[in-house]
Design a protein around this ligand. Structure first.
Ligand SMILES: [Zn+2]
Ligand SMILES: [Zn+2]
Length: 144
């Protein structure tokens, strides 16, 4: 299923005149496969296993390109390094306080919050984010 999604994304990029390199495909595949929302550093580490000549700058350039073309979303949490999400549909996140990983949280979208916020603040609301914080299963295991 993810393979099909990647093909769709590659097709979309190609139709916009973006050159599709093996490294770019590998980055998209990695982003689609892992559910931890990797940082650029983590993507770089993974990529150099297969493409040792790749530079960090290339990873950042590709990420910025993916964001610009609307196929990858950048997530920022406070001061920590940005993380990258392949899934563009609205969804929430669970953030581990220990290792920092971010996991998708598929909970029904709270549409009421936006309506309430408009009434309470007078804002024209364009969207909202929600994260829950805690300790992920892996870190709970290490704790014992
Ligand atoms: Zn953790
Ligand atoms: Zn996500």
């Amino acid at each position: 299923m993810r393979k099909e999604e990647i093909n769709q994304v590659v097709k979309k990029l190609r139709s916009k005149g973006v050159r599709i390199t093996p490294q770019r495909v590998a980055m998209l595949e990695f982003l689609a496969i892992v559910d931890t929302h990797p940082t650029a550093e983590e993507i770089f580490t993974e990529l150099t296993r297969e493409y040792p000549q790749v530079s960090v700058a290339t990873v950042y350039n590709n990420l910025n390109l993916f964001i610009k073309e609307g196929v990858v979303k950048e997530l920022m949490y406070g001061d920590s390094a940005s993380r990258y999400d392949f899934d563009l549909g609205q969804h929430y996140h669970a953030v581990c306080d220990v290792c920092g990983k971010v996991v998708d949280l598929y909970y029904p979208i709270l549409a009421d919050v936006e309506k309430a916020a408009e009434q309470l603040t007078g804002f024209k609301v364009r969207g909202h984010r929600m994260e829950v914080y805690g300790i992920c299963p892996d870190c709970q295991k290490k704790d014992r």
